[in-house]
Design a protein around this ligand. Structure first.
Ligand code: C2E
Ligand code: CA
Ligand code: CA
Length: 701
């Protein structure tokens, strides 16, 4: 034993084994731990690496050491085994040596693979290799693979990799599902063309032939450029495909189902350009279409449509009915235009039709006439027959405007004219309309200042009794003494004053002024004042009148107010209540311009008027036209039957006077007796002690 010890100490672990120094060096530097043992399972040789691996001193592995010691040693180092240590050691040392490969794990995490090779003499050689790092690496790889699998199958996009031969490397489940592919037929190596065939079978392809599709797809592949495409499938889905080439000439593509997103986007885009109620184009879209129309260099027309009766439907039947009418109108408009035309709702009851292109202006007139026709046919709303009625202003491009704004504005001016001309008609834009609007605007500014500047005055026109020629009173008629334009007649500014509400303070001034003037007249003379419908609607009219009478100290019985039937068109109940109140105070009420409205007779029934003023248009023709004479006769008879005064307006000739007196009109007014005159002239001519009574010749025979 002592010899052996020495030998080991002298010759290194190879002991008596006669290995050359170089070889021994090589074996010791091997990455593998090597151990040789004989058939008695005693160590013959082990290299340095083996000792290093297991932390063994040369002494512990010297030749003759039982292998079981080394196994025990490994167990001490923390070798993980199944079962008992003794059993393990016995099993390893008792059975015959066979070829074997195994992996041993240690408590410190080391993993060592060993191989046993039987040797011819019954012994064996074992190699030990520390594979800890390699194992860790492959464990990491395995994990990577798993993570990759999880990732690609949970990315909510379809994903596929193809190689340079256009064969599938890998794809995920989403890809298979999105395109409805048979999963068992899609695996690594499947050619692109097979997948395309499967897609054609499933219908998950765009509306193209197979050839067209392959041509497009191959084009993308060959280009070797990143390409993003949005593809609409035959089955109604929309996919976004991001194709990315890879350095090896293969590619990776992600497939995203953007169907819902697309629908939402389209819906939002639609909403941004359409009116919610009627689904017609809105202003924004109309503007786009107008811009387009201008770039086409063709003639086109813009129709600005306004519904005549919408407001009354909305007011009387409610918003719900108003909405229904707007929808009905939209439907009819849709049926009237051509596919390339645009109908827009501009808000409220205003619509614009862009008719493009047209060959000549008369085509616009034809369409406008059709629209008006359709709008005057009844709509059934809430089981009621309703008419929308339409007025239309037309502007033709490029003549009437070079920009959408200009064209729309000019169509609007034409619309204004159409409405002013009595509604239910169309008007083409004319350049003078612009000037008129400017003029109107200037007039409006002046009118707002006129009252404060004391530019108004009242003229008075006598009312004459037919049988005696005596004056019964005077009608107050307003005049505007404009500082630059001179005298402006009421018909030129009263409608404007009514429109902008100024008639209320102006009318109040008229009432006060007229009462004040009349208070200086002899007590048997009355004063007639014209009251506009707007004054009734505004409220407080009775208070204003009572206040004016009180301020002037004028008896209510000396005031007469003249109203036209338009006063009773709106808020009939409220207006009638005011009229009754005034009448109870002793004020007389006259129906002015009788015969010019639609329902004069109806209104006569609903209020006990004191007087009917027969419109000048009948008086004018009374000598020449039997129809007018008959009307005057009928009205006079009606008035007398109802106990009212019948007054003929606008009597200018002796002949008219005679005819009218013969028909029973009790009172007359007209240039034949006097033009309207300033208060001072009236006093001088008719009321001073020296003034002659109206000549007897004016009394009816
Ligand atoms: P109206 O109430 O029918 O007044 C009668 C109009 O006929 C007056 O016109 C008068 O000058 C005119 N006239 C009287 N006799 C003759 C005649 O023989 N021949 C002709 N051709 N005309 C005659 P004017 O003063 O221009 O007033 C026009 C309208 O303006 C009035 O018609 C009335 O509706 C309105 N108006 C006048 N003053 C006022 C007012 O203070 N307030 C309101 N709201 N309206 C007024
Ligand atoms: Ca009048
Ligand atoms: Ca009148």
């Amino acid at each position: 034993m002592e010899d052996r010890d020495r030998q080991v100490a002298d010759n290194g672990p190879l002991g008596s084994l006669a290995l050359g120094g170089l070889l021994e060096q090589a074996v010791n530097n091997l990455w593998l731990g090597i151990i040789l043992f004989d058939r008695r399972r005693e160590v013959i040789y082990c290299n340095q690496r083996y000792m290093d691996m297991y932390g063994l001193a040369p002494d512990e592995v010297r030749p003759g050491t039982p292998v079981s010691n080394l196994i025990q040693h490994r167990l001490k180092l923390g070798l993980k085994i199944r079962g008992e240590a003794d059993d393990y050691v016995r099993a390893r040392t008792e059975r015959t040596i066979v070829s074997e490969q195994a992996v041993q794990e240690f408590a410190d995490g080391r993993i060592i693979a060993y191989t046993v090779h039987p040797l011819p003499d019954g012994g064996g050689m074992a190699t030990h290799e520390d594979i800890t790092e390699r194992e860790e690496l492959s464990a990491r790889l395995r994990q990577r693979n798993m993570q990759f699998d999880i990732a690609i199958n949970n990315m909510s996009h379809g994903l596929c990799f193809f190689d340079a031969d256009r064969r599938l490397i890998v794809c995920n489940k989403d890809f298979i599902d999105m395109y409805g592919l048979p999963p068992e037929r899609v695996g690594p190596g499947t050619p692109l063309s097979d997948i395309v065939d499967m897609r054609f079978a499933a219908g998950s392809v765009p509306a193209m032939s197979r050839d067209e599709y392959m041509k497009w797809r191959t084009g993308v592949v060959v280009s070797a450029e990143p390409v993003d495409s949005i593809v609409e499938m035959r089955n109604g889905r929309t996919f976004k495909i991001r194709h990315r080439p890879m350095p090896d000439l293969g590619w990776v593509a992600t497939h995203e189902d953007i169907t819902e997103q697309r629908r939402t986007e389209l819906k939002i885009a639609h909403m941004a350009h359409h009116d919610a109620l009627t689904d017609l184009a809105n202003r924004a879209l109309l503007n786009q279409r107008l811009e387009q129309a201008f770039t086409s260099n063709q003639m086109f027309a813009v129709h600005h449509i306004d519904l005549d009766k919408f407001k009354s439907v909305n007011d009387t039947l409610g918003h719900h009915a108003g909405d229904a009418l707007l929808k009905g109108v939209s439907e009819r408009l849709r049926r009237l235009v051509r596919p390339g035309d645009t109908i827009a709702r501009m808000g409220g009851d205003e619509f614009v039709v862009l008719q493009t292109p047209i060959g000549e202006a008369s085509e616009a007139a034809t369409l406008a006439q059709r629209i008006i026709g359709q709008m005057s046919a009844p709509f059934e709303i809430d089981a009621q027959q309703t008419i929308a009625g339409a007025s239309i202003g037309i502007a033709i491009a490029p003549a009437d405007g070079a920009t959408p704004e200009q064209l729309l504005r000019n169509a609007d001016l034409a619309l204004y004219r159409a409405k002013g001309d009595g509604r239910g008609m169309y008007r083409f834009f004319e350049p003078t309309m612009d000037e008129e609007v400017q003029g109107r605007r200037a007039l409006e500014l002046d009118l707002r200042k006129a009252l404060a500047s004391g530019e108004f005055e009242l003229h008075y026109q006598p009312l004459v009794k037919s049988h005696s020629g005596e004056i019964s009173g005077f009608e107050a008629l307003i005049r505007w003494q404009h500082p630059q334009r001179g005298l402006i007649p009421p018909n030129s500014f009263i409608p404007l004053a009514e429109e902008i509400g100024l008639i209320v303070p102006i009318g109040e001034w008229v009432i006060r002024q007229a009462c004040m003037t009349a208070s200086r007249w002899p007590k048997h003379l009355h004063v007639a004042v014209n009251i506009s419908a707007v004054q009734f609607r505004y409220g407080g009219l009775a208070e204003v009148i009572v206040g004016a009478l009180a301020a002037a100290g004028l008896d209510a019985s000396r005031l007469e107010i003249e109203i036209t039937e338009s006063v009773l068109l709106q808020d009939k109940e409220g207006t009638l209540a005011t009229l009754h109140r005034l009448r109870e105070l002793g004020i007389r009420i006259a129906m002015d311009d009788f015969g010019t409205g639609y329902s004069s007779l109806t209104y006569l029934q609903c209020f006990p008027f004191d007087k009917i003023k027969i419109d000048r248009s009948f008086v004018r023709d009374v000598a020449t036209d039997a129809g007018s004479l008959n009307i005057v006769r009928a009205i006079a008879a009606l008035a007398s039957g109802l106990g009212m005064t019948a007054t003929a307006e606008g009597v200018e000739t002796r002949e008219q006077l005679d005819r009218i007196a013969a028909e029973g009109c009790t009172e007359m007014q007209g240039y034949l007796f006097s033009r309207p005159l300033p208060a001072a002239d009236i006093e001088r001519r008719f009321l001073s002690p020296e003034a002659p009574a109206l000549p007897d010749r004016f009394a009816a025979a």
